[in-house]
Each structure stands twice: as structure tokens, then as C-alpha cells.
Design a protein around this ligand. Structure first.
Ligand code: ADP
Ligand code: MG
Length: 375
């Protein structure tokens, strides 16, 4: 059943608008958004679709094919008070952030796997925002929609996410990654022609979630802030490697290592842009490996499952691999030759089974288009 039919089966009327928005994967630039660094994500080819019609009253009814088609009822008054229990908050938050003043019927259907580190949450928010922007002729730019959907996730859902996921879900372009400057939020499309070189990006969801996720993040962030204070810079972005090394004695050993990750990772993103633009994929692969080592050894946010995924991919011919996301579980990426895809995923599967880990899940994608209205 397509989403228009599913909407009709649910609400006994036709949708006025249907929009879609993709998930994302970050090529390089990990744990540096809060250090005013750069990130380089691309939109994947899995999307979340959203169909909407206006209502004459102030009711908001929402259903999702990924939540057993259960019908959730809310209202504009509840939205004004940021009420919501569960997944529907991602949708209500966007209605709140866009200040919509009409009742709505909404149906959601997505293929972005939930909680695999591919940002199904941003795909959901951005599909709803794109549909509402069209339906109510709000004429908001993708930059404005990125800020508003981030606001929805921060303040309505209560997740303190940055703006990367929403930006790339809205602004992604087939064949390009999005270089996002986390200091001034400016963006630039960078060509990424993996397909032309018979390469693809394998995404390995380790399905591991270690308890450190929240506390670990706060501790890393605090270290970077402390280093910035001690060395008198605004953020790690303003620190050179030379300055860091010269001032090593002012820092604890842990602070020095955290800062070394941030400073080197920010530089790696800019080098990655050059390597991708000149199609030097072997050199780009090496940057992925360096990023992983730095996250594992200096930032210490990896875990045995992520290390095993990366090591197995490299041992079986990947050009480069690294953990992605916050760490302590989640996904890894590997740049691989098209013809190696089956062999590499089998090798990782086997290594995981031998180590007694949960079976991993695999996805792959080329850089794809961002959000759009489809009817
Ligand atoms: P990620 O964004 O990495 O996939 P998150 O925990 O940030 O993981 O977001 C996942 C949550 O987003 C889900 O638990 C659910 O609440 C919501 N969500 C995402 N996609 C959908 C969908 N298609 N239908 C309903 N809820 C969804
Ligand atoms: Mg998310």
C-alpha cells in the first residue's frame, strides 16, 4: 500500500500533500560539532514519507506505519503546552515550532531504520516540516526549517541534538556531501563520486548500546570546554596542533588527548573535502582510519563491537572505516569496492558471531537528495 492509500485507509479522505525526507550518515567530523568544528554528512537513499490534510477543528490525529498504525489524538491546545508521550512528539514538535494553527490528519511511513544511527528522527521531523511548509505556504528556507526542526527536537522531544541531521536531511543533494560549519552554520556541497569509482559506503549497525552514552558525552564535552578555558580560546576550532603541544603541561593527560582528537579531527574534515573533490579515495579512506584511531585512543568513545566492525572491514579490503555517531555502540562505516560488499559483510557477520556479539545489520547508500514535496 502506498502512503496515499494508507492515509485514505486511516482517515477516510485523501491527503492534500505528501513529502519525504532522508536519513543521513556522517562521513567524517565526529564529536566536533560542539567544538565549533566541521561535519561532512550526506543524505542516504532511505526516506520517511509523510501525508497531511487540514481539518476544520483543532484536532491533530497522527498514525505511523512503523508504530502499528495506532491512531494518536492530540490537539492544538496540547501542542501549545508541549504535551505528548511517545514518538508522536517528533511530529507535534514540528507543528509547535512552525506555529501551525489548524487541525491536521497526518500519516507517516518510513524506511529509515529507527535507532540505527541513521537519524530516522530527523527524517521524520523534516518530512513533516517540508509538508507543512508547502501546505501552509510558509515559504521558509531549508536553513530556517533546519533550525526549527532542531528546536522541535531540543525543546519538544527533549533531545539536545545539534543541527547536522536536520540540515543534511533538508539540504542533501544526490552525488554530494554537505560540509557544515558548526560555528556559523554555513554549508557547502562537496562532490562525492563513490559510484564513479565502483565504490560504496557500507553502514554497519553493531546493535550494541553501552551504558556510557550519556555520561560519556557530557564528560568529553566538559574536557573540551576546560581546555578552551585553560588555553584561552573560544573553542577547539581556534586551537592549532602546535599551540596544543606547546601548552601540554597546562593540561591533564586526559584533557590533552581529548583536545588532540578535536584539533586533528577538524583538520581531517578539511583534508577530506580536498581528497573527495579530487577523487583521491584511497587517501580519503586513510582519513577514515585516522579518525577511528583518534576516537578510539584519544577520545575513548569506541567499544569492542565498533572496533571489530572496523578491523574486519579493513582486513577484508575496505579502503577505510570508522565508527560514526556518539560512540559506545551504534554504527560504523566502511568505504568498500562494490564487488567486495558481500564478502566484507559476511566476514563482519562471522567475526561478530565468533566474538559472541549480537548479529549486526548492514545498509549501504550513495549520497542522495534531501527533503522534497512529492505530491
Ligand atoms: P535515530 O534518529 O538515530 O534513528 P533516535 O532515537 O534519535 O534514533 O530517533 C528514533 C525515534 O524517532 C523512534 O524511537 C521514534 O520515536 C521516532 N521515529 C523515527 N521514525 C519514525 C517513524 N517512521 N514513525 C514513528 N516514529 C518514528
Ligand atoms: Mg536521532
Amino acid at each position: 500500500m502506498d502512503i496515499a492509500q494508507a492515509f485514505e485507509a486511516c482517515f477516510a479522505r485523501k491527503p492534500e500533500v505528501i513529502a519525504q525526507a532522508p536519513g543521513r550518515v556522517n562521513l567524517i567530523g565526529e564529536h566536533i560539532d560542539y567544538s565549533d568544528g566541521y561535519v561532512l554528512p550526506f543524505a542516504i537513499d532511505s526516506v520517511t514519507k509523510c501525508a497531511i490534510s487540514r481539518r476544520d477543528d483543532d484536532l491533530i490525529r497522527i498514525s505511523s506505519a512503523q508504530q502499528s498504525n495506532q491512531l494518536i489524538e492530540s490537539s492544538l491546545t496540547q501542542v501549545a503546552n508541549k504535551v505528548g508521550n511517545d514518538w508522536e512528539r517528533y511530529v507535534l514538535g514540528v507543528i509547535w515550532a512552525l506555529e501551525i494553527k489548524s487541525g491536521l490528519d497526518i500519516f507517516i511511513d518510513g524506511q529509515v531504520p529507527l535507532g540505527a544511527g541513521l537519524s530516522s528522527s530527523a527524517a521524520l521531523e523534516c518530512s513533516v516540516a517540508t509538508a507543512l511548509n508547502h501546505l501552509f505556504v510558509l515559504e521558509k528556507t531549508t536553513t530556517e526549517l533546519a533550525r526549527l526542526t532542531q528546536l522541535a527536537e531540543n525543546q519538544y522531544v527533549g533531545v539536545p541534538c545539534g543541527i547536522m541531521d536536520q540540515s543534511v536531511s533538508l539540504m542533501g543533494k544526490a552525488g554530494y556531501a554537505l560540509l557544515l560549519d558548526c560555528r556559523d552554520l554555513s554549508t557547502k556541497h562537496i562532490p562525492v563520486d563513490f559510484a564513479g569509482a565502483d565504490l560504496r559506503l557500507l553502514i554497519i549497525d553493531t546493535r550494541a548500546h553501552h551504558a556510557l552514552v550519556d555520561g560519556g558525552y557530557a564528560e568529553r564535552r566538559a574536557s573540551c570546554e576546560s581546555v578552551a578555558k585553560k588555553l584561552n580560546v573560544v573553542a577547539m576550532r581556534d586551537l592549532s596542533m602546535q599551540h596544543l603541544i606547546e601548552n601540554k603541561d597546562k593540561l591533564s593527560e586526559v584533557e590533552f588527548k581529548r583536545a588532540r582528537h578535536a584539533v586533528s579531527e577538524i583538520a581531517r574534515v578539511l583534508t577530506a573535502v580536498e581528497e573527495l573533490s579530487s577523487k583521491s579515495f584511497a587517501a580519503f579512506g586513510k582519513l577514515l582510519n585516522d579518525s577511528h584511531s583518534s576516537l578510539r585512543d584519544d577520545y575513548t568513545v569506541s567499544c569492542p563491537e565498533l572496533d571489530l566492525a572496523v578491523d574486519s572491514a579493513l582486513a577484508n579490503g575496505a579502503l577505510g572505516a570508522r565508527m560514526v555517531g556518539g560512540g559506545f555502540g551504534g554504527s560504523a562505516i566502511a568505504l568498500i569496492k562494490e564487488q567486495d560488499a558481500g564478502r566484507i559483510s559476511l566476514a563482519i557477520e562471522k567475526a561478530f558471531a565468533e566474538a559472541g556479539f549480537k548479529a549486526p545489520r548492514f545498509f549501504d547508500s550513495l549520497p542522495s537528495d534531501g527533503a522534497k514535496v512529492i505530491s
